[in-house]
Design a protein. Structure first.
Length: 443
């Protein structure tokens, strides 16, 4: 029997061996259980039918989509395994997930997890709750906190995801119940905070999130504008009487995982089809506001020849974070985000003399400092994100230029003031990504 009831909720005790805030006892236990689920004979027997589902998808008929099937399937399956491992709302636990980079620690290796629109600048964590119960989150910001910290609640269990009809007005799933951002929270002098979650109104109290009846999913999102920023330390406790029923056994969790996997893979593999109302090649939709106003996002499909690039210029718009990422035709980053500039945030990107930033998204190095490396793909998706924005934003000023051009034309058509990189500068840029990313692991 897997029992998380002994997991600690004390921040002082949550980190394992003095490691970083993501390395909690609950996280380690959840990952080890998730690996057992993922590697079980029952899941191995189910995998061929899941892969066949993807082979029938239009994305699989393209060369880039076909060669990315197994990576995408692995990340979806592992993501759900982590979620199922902490799916007991009577004994809530916070787990880090939806990160495509593999990590090895505490005697095991997680090959990465993912759903859609990978962003290594986000540190997403999840917990599951009963909307009729009350919970308390305890947390503490680090001395170098994220650019934005947000808490979002919407209906759902590990295998179910709400979805509003997709349109070009919002990139999100819909059905948001509550949102709380750090800018609206109160903190102690040492960065500590607590958040009260439950169905009742709590007038006059800071840091409150109100739920509705039914299963609830909590999403925590640390947005890093610099990979040296450290995610918040977090724990969650269900208040009230101890549960009268025992925790689910590992066999019960496995059976639930097997039951949920087909719909989970079907949902996330088809999410791309009408996302933002449908996306045309080499055009951009947005930027549009994220649900609840926690940020903005622009996106599109790229379809480029080996000798072509999408070249665009963005402004920060007064925000604390901007970032650009690419994904494969399944909306999964095609390789580990540490292995190349498949994403760049506002600290990693070089700026133009006027403070804007010009990017070139291309299969081959375009020579501009801000190369968004497609990992050799000719087709996929791109995402532009902003967070920590002021109350009033002119979205028309966030993307200033957007065009397709030949790589050979970049020296002539891109202004001389836009920063360039030679091979040595590019190698140095890429070499920094692994040690910078690993700071969040704290080991």
């Amino acid at each position: 029997m897997t029992d998380f009831s002994a997991g600690t909720s004390c921040l002082q005790e949550a980190a394992v061996g003095g490691a970083g805030p993501l390395a909690t006892t609950d996280q380690i236990a959840a990952e080890k259980l998730a690996l057992r689920l993922f590697n079980s004979p029952e899941v191995a027997a189910l995998r061929p039918s899941l892969r066949a589902m993807l082979e029938a998808d239009p994305a699989a008929q393209t060369p880039d989509g076909a060669r990315q099937i197994d990576r995408s399937l692995d990340l979806w399956m592992m993501d759900l395994a982590v979620c199922e491992a902490v799916g007991d709302s009577l004994r809530p636990r916070i787990a880090w997930r939806a990160d495509n980079a593999a990590h090895s620690w505490f005697g095991h290796t997680i090959p990465g997890t993912g759903v859609a629109g990978d962003n290594p600048d986000h540190v997403p964590r999840v917990a599951y709750m009963d909307g009729s119960a009350r919970y308390e989150i305890e947390g503490q910001l680090s001395a170098n906190p994220p650019a934005q910290l947000s808490f979002e609640i919407f209906p759902g269990t590990p295998g179910a995801t709400p979805l509003r009809p997709q349109s070009n007005k919002s990139p999100d799933l819909g059905a948001q119940v509550a949102l709380l951002r750090d800018r609206d929270m109160e903190f102690g002098a040492d960065g500590r905070f607590s958040i009260s979650i439950g169905p009742d109104d709590q007038p006059g109290r800071a840091n409150v999130m109100k739920t509705v009846e039914g299963p609830m999913t909590l999403i925590v999102r640390d947005v890093l504008s610099d990979w040296s920023q450290i995610p918040a330390r977090l724990s969650i406790t269900r208040l009230g009487a101890s549960p009268s029923s025992p925790p689910p056994t590992e066999e019960q969790i496995l059976q639930q995982y097997l039951a949920d996997l087909p719909d989970y893979v079907r949902f996330w593999s088809s999410f791309k089809n009408n996302w933002l109302g449908g996306l045309a090649d080499n055009t951009i939709v947005g930027p549009v506001a994220r649900e609840g106003g926690w940020g903005y996002l622009g996106a599109g499909r790229f379809n480029l020849g080996k000798d072509e690039a999408l070249v665009f210029t963005t402004s920060r718009g007064g925000g604390s974070y901007t970032g650009v990422q690419i994904t494969d035709p399944w909306m999964i980053m095609p390789r580990d985000s540490r292995q190349g500039t498949l994403s760049l945030n506002n600290t990693q990107a070089a700026t133009n003399p006027d403070g804007t930033a010009t990017y070139a998204l291309a299969p081959e190095d375009p020579g501009l400092a801000n190369w968004i490396d497609t990992g050799g793909l000719n087709q996929g998706f791109f995402l532009l994100r902003w967070a920590g924005m002021p109350a009033e934003v002119d979205t028309r000023a966030l993307v200033l230029d957007f065009q397709v051009m030949k790589l050979a034309d970049i020296p002539r058509r891109v202004a001389a003031g836009v920063p360039r990189f030679d091979e040595a500068a590019r190698a140095s840029q890429v070499a920094r990504r692994t040690p910078d990313y690993n700071l969040r692991l704290g080991i």
